[in-house]
Design a protein around this ligand. Structure first.
Ligand SMILES: Cc1cc2nc3c(=O)[nH]c(=O)nc-3n(C[C@H](O)[C@H](O)[C@H](O)COP(=O)(O)OP(=O)(O)OC[C@H]3O[C@@H](n4cnc5c(N)ncnc54)[C@H](O)[C@@H]3O)c2cc1C
Length: 803
């Protein structure tokens, strides 16, 4: 084994092998993979090898498409067969909701260039004669589905990497990792040490343990997973290889395996494996079968596919593999650990392994993943993901793998975990809560405890009229909204403003003022949007998306401020309440001594003041588009602030409002939001944030790329549509059609209660942004007329919020 390498990849499963290959492809030859045993000795060797392109996140779906196309390339380079069988597949729906879900998946696939097709049960039966069609209502057909040989794929990556200059060492276990003062790594193994600039944790089943070597508790857990193989079936003899199938009602997947069928389950009573510590001596072992646990799924499966029941069970495989709480991989650099990368929690290695390897290698070599991988970025998790939290969420996710997650469905595991001081007070007022980074936050308020729940649906739900009443209260009087669920940072020090001016695209405001600002990467793409509140010359309060806190901090660390400037993440040390609506000024004025008149405290002011007895920061800004104020206090004061506002608010018709009303109102104002309208695939001019990019202030990250975008206009435009929507609004990811062709996609949608219309925001090519007509948005399989609006539907001039 060499004693020095530019990068050491720990783990020779399908993911580590893919990372190694992609590093060589990106130009790094001095790379070494260290494997404890033989390649594939984790979860890879006993995988069913199934692969498919469909994924709830279109950006992950793109990486899945990439993975499947890659097999030809690595077979060609390595001469090793991947055993690719592209059979095509069907997803079978047994309920109307599932068929709706499939229609939406098909629609999403359109702008990804996927040729998915909704077919009738009769057509499905022709393609997949093993099914008893009486159990189903329709299906989605995907021609690009199939399976591969896990051994073949891993070795094809490995050989291709070796041809590209990589070295692979087997039967060598990494036992520890030590970081030197210069940030490089000593990789300690049971066969000597390697000094490396970069380390990649692709430890699969042991990724958690490898993480612990550097003090990380990665949110991953292995679950036992079983599939069985039937005896040979006469129904298959002499026929073309059977399609893959997913039966959502049975929560099973099926494919042909030689002369029989392979059937795997995601049972509801899933069992974690080695929940605290994965044994190092676990090798190419299988776990004892537990058919009883999957009996309910098998029963449904054998009823839906009777020939399989008749064929009997030839073999059962029970093996563990790892999941993150949301089922998506964990990829990227770890903040605070120089050049320490992870590629783990990959539960669909044969659909995603290639994309993960590509994104990570580009990130390592080029400094940027080159694709929008927000959904897989390890930084989406924070301190709240303890071992027990991960356990609860992974079990939930596993049990729901084939269940529908409705857009208004809040999952229940690991809740309530984090609450603000007013949680009980909101509960008393019949709040329906959502979970955001483990934090309970109010979504809407029901008239009674009995009504305080969501009836899950793709269409407008029981919350609709109540959310409407909340929006109208904000339009006509005043609403009170908890806004604690934001990320907050305090930037302090003599050079704070100077540093921020380099990191943010907009000018840092003067003391007492607020500026909205995009944050750009070097390619001029959006990697954040913030509210910068200048408290004093050397003190800025920065507000952004909480889910991206670690993502932002990682970026801030990479572009570290000079000595003397400190960055303090303080999300839960400051919590907030917002009052918005035409009566919000009078309400707040009744509690503060400062003059809140427009002249004395205009739009975008920010000041420290006492609200009643509570010391607070008050900013004059509101995401609702109304006159409004955001009030930030340290957590110990939130109850007193809430009591003061609600008591004083009686006189002004104050109503509690939740996140759903806020979403409706910001969509009516065409206000974008992080991870929806603002993502690293868009530039600020495409996203309508061009006015917040200040080219007059001097150098900042992304300046020259942003200038190019300004000159060229970019490729896309964020636009707003009014939709003839029926009883279901757009939600996000629906295709936008123009004159019979898919030209774009929706990023957000909601019913705009103040304007009385269904509204959608989305991206289309800039050339079409002036098109007068011809647009449609596909909502649950129906193309609905969409009218492109030239300005925000509600108060486009902003008179209400400035008034
Ligand atoms: C029963 C079953 C069926 C499945 N079916 C499918 C399917 O149909 N389709 C699909 O896409 N996926 C399927 N999977 C999931 C798939 O197996 C995983 O997505 C994939 O194997 C993950 O690969 P990995 O490289 O991340 O992890 P692993 O395969 O666990 O590889 C990690 C490797 O790292 C090595 N390692 C760990 N720590 C160290 C260390 N300290 N030093 C040296 N080496 C170390 C291990 O020995 C191991 O070889 C299935 C899994 C199971 C169990």
């Amino acid at each position: 084994m060499k004693s020095h390498a530019k990068a050491v990849v720990i783990g020779g499963g399908v993911v580590g092998a893919s990372v190694l290959y992609h590093l060589t492809k990106a130009g790094w030859r001095d790379v070494l993979l260290i494997e404890r045993a033989e390649l594939t000795s984790g979860s890879t060797w006993h995988a069913a090898g199934g692969m498919h392109t469909v994924n709830g996140d279109p950006n992950v779906a793109k990486l899945q498409q990439y993975t499947i196309k890659l097999y030809e390339e690595i077979e060609r380079i390595s001469g090793q067969s991947c055993g690719v069988h592209i059979t095509g597949g069907i997803m079978l729906a047994g309920t109307r909701e599932r068929l709706d879900w499939l229609k939406m998946a098909k629609a999403r696939g359109r702008y990804l260039g996927m040729e998915l097709e909704i077919i009738s049960v009769d057509e499905a039966e022709k393609l997949f004669p093993l099914m008893d069609k009486s159990h189903f209502t329709g299906a989605l057909y995907d021609p690009i589905e199939g399976h591969v040989d896990p051994y073949g794929v891993t070795h094809a990556y490995a050989k291709s990497a070796q041809i590209g200059g990589a070295e692979i060492v087997r039967h060598t276990r990494v036992t520890d990792l030590k970081q030197r003062a210069d940030g490089t790594w000593d990789v300690i193994t049971d066969h000597g040490n390697v000094h490396a600039e970069h380390v990649v944790n692709a430890g699969g089943l042991w990724a958690r343990e490898v993480g612990r070597m550097v003090g990380l508790e990665l949110p991953i857990l292995a679950m036992e997973h079983q599939y069985l193989i039937t005896g040979d079936m006469p129904e298959l003899a002499g026929k073309k290889e059977s399609l893959h199938a997913i039966d959502f009602e049975g929560e099973i997947y099926i494919r042909q395996e030689r002369g029989g069928m392979l059937m795997g389950t995601y049972e509801r009573a899933g069992v974690p494996w080695s929940p605290v510590q994965t044994p190092w001596d676990f090798g190419q072992d299988l776990l004892p079968n537990d058919l009883e646990r999957i009996a309910p799924s098998l029963e449904v499966g054998f009823a839906h596919f009777p020939a399989m029941g008749a064929a009997g069970i030839r073999k059962v495989v029970n093996g563990p593999f790892t999941f993150a709480p949301d089922g998506n991989p964990l990829v990227g650099p770890i903040r605070g650990l120089n050049n320490f990368w992870v590629a783990c929690g990959v539960m669909a290695g044969f659909s995603q392994g290639g994309g993960v390897g590509l994104a990570l290698s580009q990130w390592m070599v080029e400094g940027d993943p080159g694709a929008d991988i927000w959904g897989m970025d390890v930084s989406r998790y924070g301190d709240w993901t303890t071992l027990a939290y991960t356990n609860a969420k992974v079990r939930e996710n596993y049990s729901r793998r084939f269940r529908i997650r409705f857009p208004n469905e809040e999952l229940t595991a690991a809740r309530p975990l984090r609450t603000t001081p007013i949680y009980e007070k909101l509960q008393e007022r019949h709040a329906v809560f959502g979970d955001y980074c483990g934090l309970e936050h109010p979504l809407w308020f029901a008239p009674s405890a009995a009504e305080a729940h969501d009836e899950v649906s793709f269409r407008r739900s029981n919350a609709h009229p109540h959310v409407g009443a909340e929006c109208r209260a904000v339009r006509d009087a005043v609403g009170l909204l908890e806004i604690s669920n934001y990320g907050k940072f305090e930037i302090k020090g003599p050079g704070a403003a100077e540093w921020l001016s380099k990191v943010m695209a907009h000018r840092v405001p003067h003391a007492g003022r607020i500026a909205l600002t995009p944050m750009l990467n070097e390619r001029g793409k959006l990697i954040g949007d913030f509210t910068m509140c200048r408290i004093a010359d050397d003190h800025v309060f920065l507000i952004g998306t909480y889910a991206a806190e670690a993502y932002y901090l990682r970026w801030f660390e990479r572009h570290a401020p000079p000595a003397g400037v400190s960055i303090r993440p303080c999300a839960m040390q400051y919590v907030g309440l917002s009052v918005a609506g035409p009566k919000s000024r009078a309400l707040l004025q009744s509690l503060v001594r400062e003059d809140l008149s427009n002249a004395a405290f205009p739009f975008l002011s920010f000041r420290r003041m006492a609200v009643g007895m509570v010391p607070a920061y008050v900013g004059r800004v509101s995401f609702t588009g109304e006159l409004g104020y955001e009030i930030w206090v340290t957590t110990d004061y939130q109850r007193a602030l809430f009591d003061a506002l609600t008591q004083a608010g009686r006189e002004y018709g104050l109503r509690q409002i939740g996140g759903r009303a806020l979403n409706s109102m910001r969509v009516e104002k065409s206000f974008g939001s992080w991870a929806r309208e603002f993502r690293p695939i868009y530039g600020p001019f495409e996203a309508g944030l061009g006015r917040f990019v200040d080219f007059t202030k001097g150098e900042f990250i992304g300046r020259s790329a942003a200038a190019d975008e300004k000159a060229s206009g970019g490729k896309l435009r964020l636009v707003t549509f009014k939709v003839d929507a029926g009883d279901a609004d757009a939600l996000g990811d629906e295709p936008v059609w123009h004159e019979g062709k898919v030209v774009g996609w929706v990023t957000s949608g909601a019913f705009g209660h103040r304007v009385g219309d269904s509204i959608a925001l989305g991206y289309i090519p800039k050339e079409l942004a002036a098109a007068a007509s011809g647009f449609e948005i596909e909502i649950i399989g129906e193309r609905r007329k969409a009218t492109l609006l030239s300005q925000a539907p509600y108060d486009p001039a902003g008179a209400r919020m400035r008034g």
